[in-house]
Design a protein around this ligand. Structure first.
Ligand code: C5P
Length: 438
């Protein structure tokens, strides 16, 4: 199906969701705690405020956490719900699901349901449209909300999506509305260049506690580490781009990311943080430490919240860099996977994302964090391997086998299992990966 007709079908569903909102005075929203979920929350908040609707937003790690509602109110799930049809079917009120995860069965609650998901209209929800993108289409059926395109792009970039399909449409609308701009450059966060190179996780350049290497890198590229990254001139950007590309090649990073890092960069003109990479980084960090409301307030325009959010990001990034330095030595190799088991680690998800894209790129990487008698699994691979391996399916099947639950996307999936099942689970994951890779 062409991306144009898929978008029209998505808009039709979004229209029905907006019609359902019109029948309610109060909307209760549950959204995910990551950058995509928080941006989705910001889009919903702005568009509902403009439509004069009362609402309440709660952030959840996932639908394995409990949620509450009252009969008669409209329940909206953003960035979650599609994979948990059984749970949502038990709901006894009207429901809207604005998600991009792979649907798993039909949702049949007792009230009305509108399910808006790119996968249901022939669009790929892994790369072409995120939950905040779905919320953007919904918001634009609710009213004139084209300026929210910049928020939708934070979600897409946070989920490592591409500016194609639905995202490209949002990008174009953002340019038309004058809130998004594309410039030549390198995608790195804001700050003094020396600090930027050390603290960047996307791309991860592996300069943490490697001061001599960093100074050599700057000297060879003829760059001044004290310059503000966002103020670099064209010539400096060109030299930086070449040096970053070379560094990534030497690190053996997944080459598919080069296009995302070098060439073009996105400026979000109507947000407090205009550098898109930095905005994503800050929102993501707030989500990771459980301070979603700080990120939400920042996205809604609160300057004090932005200052707090930047401090959170600076501290969080250092914690992750420490964790990466320590944990990369502990990664083990199976037949068709690499895996890492952490006891009381910081968090499985960022460790899995960074190591799978920049350090261990040849096999899917499964990171397990055992904390409070609970094992949280994050599975990651790159797009090339994901053509053959479907981690969402593998997480679902392997987790179900050991009495847990899993799902997600082909390239990035997760599971929740019992700690005493970790070994059995990993064996099954390895077996399924091998079966898909042959
Ligand atoms: O937690 P993590 O970032 O590793 O999750 C990756 C993806 O897997 C997310 O899209 C998340 O919603 C999904 N997931 C899931 N079921 C779980 C755990 C994660 O669908 N039990």
């Amino acid at each position: 199906m062409s991306s144009g007709s898929a978008i029209n079908l998505l808009r039709e569903r979004a229209r029905r969701a907006a019609d359902l909102v019109a029948k309610h005075e109060f909307v209760r929203i549950y959204t995910h705690h990551d950058a995509d979920g928080i941006s989705a929350g910001a889009i919903l908040a702005k568009s509902l405020l403009r439509a004069g609707k009362a609402f309440h937003i709660t952030f959840l790690k996932g639908l394995n956490e409990p949620f509450e509602y009252e009969r008669g109110e409209l329940l909206v799930f953003a960035d979650m719900g599609s994979g948990y049809a059984d749970l949502i079917s038990q709901v006894e009120t009207d429901v809207v699901v604005l998600d991009h995860h792979i649907p798993n069965g039909e949702i049949r609650p007792k009230g009305n349901i509108v399910h808006v998901n790119p996968h249901l209209v022939g669009m790929d929800g892994t790369f072409e449209l995120s939950a905040s993108g779905v919320c953007y289409f919904f918001a634009n059926e609710l009213g004139r909300n084209r300026d929210l395109a910049s928020l939708a792009l934070i979600g897409a970039l946070g989920d490592k999506q591409k500016i194609v399909g639905g995202n490209e449409e949002i990008f174009k609308k953002g340019i038309e509305a004058g809130v998004v701009e594309e410039k030549k450059g390198v995608n790195l966060p804001s700050g003094k260049l020396r600090d930027v190179l050390v603290k960047s996780l996307e791309p991860y350049l592996d300069f943490y506690k490697k001061e001599e290497e960093l100074e050599e890198f700057l000297e060879k590229a003829g760059l001044d580490g004290d310059r503000e990254f966002d103020e670099l001139g064209e010539d400096e950007i060109r030299r930086l781009a070449d040096a970053v590309a070379l560094r990534l090649l030497k690190m053996n990073a997944y080459t598919g990311i080069f296009d995302q890092i070098i060439g073009k960069r996105i400026v979000l003109k109507n947000l407090l943080i205009k550098n898109a990479v930095m905005a994503v980084d800050v929102v993501n960090s707030c989500g990771r430490i459980g301070s979603m409301s700080t990120a939400l307030a920042m996205l809604l325009g609160d300057v004090e919240a932005m200052n707090r959010a930047i401090r959170i990001r600076d501290e969080y990034v250092v914690q992750i860099l420490e964790e990466l330095k320590k944990r990369r030595e502990e990664v083990r190799e199976g037949f068709c996977i690499r895996y890492l088991i952490m006891e009381n680690g910081l968090s499985a998800s960022p460790v899995a994302t960074t190591l799978s894209r920049y350090v261990f790129t040849d096999k899917p990487l499964i990171v397990i964090n055992i904390k409070n008698e609970h094992a949280k699994v994050s599975a990651r691979t790159n797009e090339a391997l994901a053509e053959r391996v479907d981690l969402a399916e593998i997480m679902r099947l392997a987790a179900e086998r050991v009495g847990g639950r899993g799902g997600g996307h082909r390239v990035a999936a997760g599971a929740n299992i019992a700690p005493d099942k970790v070994e059995e689970f990993l064996k099954e994951v390895d077996r399924l990966c091998c079966a898909m890779l042959v």
